[in-house]
Design a protein around this ligand. Structure first.
Ligand SMILES: Nc1nc2c(ncn2[C@@H]2O[C@H](COP(=O)(O)OP(=O)(O)OP(=O)(O)O)[C@@H](O)[C@H]2O)c(=O)[nH]1
Ligand SMILES: [Mg+2]
Length: 320
């Protein structure tokens, strides 16, 4: 018993000695060693800022513990602001959330064999149909021809909504009857695009809860049969914590290639983009910034990170 106690005491005193020696050595060189106590306050402040910016809790916890691990035990020059170091470490951690390679949409469409098949998916009301109309306008502006596939055969009025956009933009919609198999609609739209030398098919799918097994199977079938070149997951800025599960599930079931985050004009905090990118490791392609056809911005992680760290005044158009 006394032996055990003696060993414990020896280990304890050795640890203290190591710490004191390390701290003393650092002090002689005009530096200090960051410990839990130094990091506590700045990390708490950042945690609050991320949560207030709508980054999902699970993602915030992971980011903060990564920053803590990165900094604890590191040396810091006397007088250097610990908060500043923490912020820089967080910036690095946030940058790592985004895939190294951005997806350049224009380049992607230019390089793909035509017609390019792009399927939009997500839960109800997130802005899929509106985003399709915006992307169609963008493609038309870039000199591409576009066909819309109204593969939301489930919600009453969905095809009419799509037809209205198509008529405003002067493009063709391929549609079937209400209740028809959505896979057949996308298939026919691709057939039409091939026969009529159209460049891009934008396929609208009905909103579905990620927990609905049947509807997720239906989406899987669309993707299995029509083999989209790009599956875009659409979610909204206000989704917050919910975005993590949804994004993961859509990615797991159909393998998404990129995401679009809408309604950033309503809640421009944008932390949901971090949660989605973190959960899927896929790029964010666009931000929806309003209800008009031109309210679509290419995503820029630098802008978002500056915004989360409170460095660009939060103007969505401060995109460099
Ligand atoms: N403020 C704002 N509203 C948007 C944006 N994108 C879409 N909306 C609006 O959100 C509502 C739903 O948009 P839809 O495009 O119909 O959404 P959806 O995902 O197709 O909906 P379902 O087909 O029912 O699942 C509409 O009133 C749109 O005008 C955006 O970026 N900003
Ligand atoms: Mg829709």
């Amino acid at each position: 018993m006394f032996d055990k106690l003696r060993t414990k005491l020896r280990n304890f005193s050795e640890t203290i000695e190591r710490k004191v020696t390390a701290k003393g050595k650092a002090a002689l060189e005009g530096e200090t060693i960051l410990d839990d106590e130094d990091l506590k306050k700045p990390l708490e402040e950042l945690e609050t800022a991320l949560l207030e910016s709508d980054v999902a809790l699970s993602v915030v916890e992971e980011l903060i513990s990564g920053v803590r691990e990165e900094l604890e035990g590191k040396r810091k020059k006397w007088g250097l602001d610990t908060g500043g170091l923490v912020k820089e470490a967080l910036r690095d951690a946030l940058l790592k959330v985004f895939p190294v390679k951005r997806l350049d949409f224009e380049e992607f469409v230019n390089n793909k064999q035509k017609p390019v098949n792009i399927v939009f998916a997500g839960v109800n009301g997130t802005g899929k149909t509106t985003s399709i109309a915006k992307v169609a306008k963008k493609l038309l502006g870039g000199g591409h021809s576009v066909v819309l596939a109204s593969a939301d055969t489930y919600r009453a009025g969905a095809t009419e909504q799509m037809e209205e956009h198509a008529s405003n933009l002067g493009i063709k919609v391929i549609k079937h009857q209400y209740g028809a198999d959505p896979t057949a609609v996308v298939y026919d739209a691709m057939k039409y695009a091939k026969a009529n030398r159209k460049d891009v098919v934008l396929a609208d799918t009905s909103g579905r809860m990620h927990t609905s097994i049947n509807l997720m199977e239906q989406l899987k079938k669309i993707c299995r049969v029509t083999k989209p070149d790009l599956v875009i997951f659409v979610d909204e800025a206000v989704a917050g914590n919910d975005a993590v599960e949804r994004a993961k599930k859509f990615d797991e079931v159909v393998g998404i290639d990129a995401s679009t985050l809408t309604k950033i004009d309503i809640d421009a905090k944008g932390g949901t983009a971090i949660s989605i990118a973190h959960s899927t490791s896929k790029p964010i392609l666009f931000l929806g910034t309003g209800q008009g056809y031109d309210d679509l911005e290419s995503f820029n992680e630098g802008w978002l990170i500056d915004r989360l760290l409170g460095e660009n005044g939060g103007d969505i158009r401060n995109v460099s």
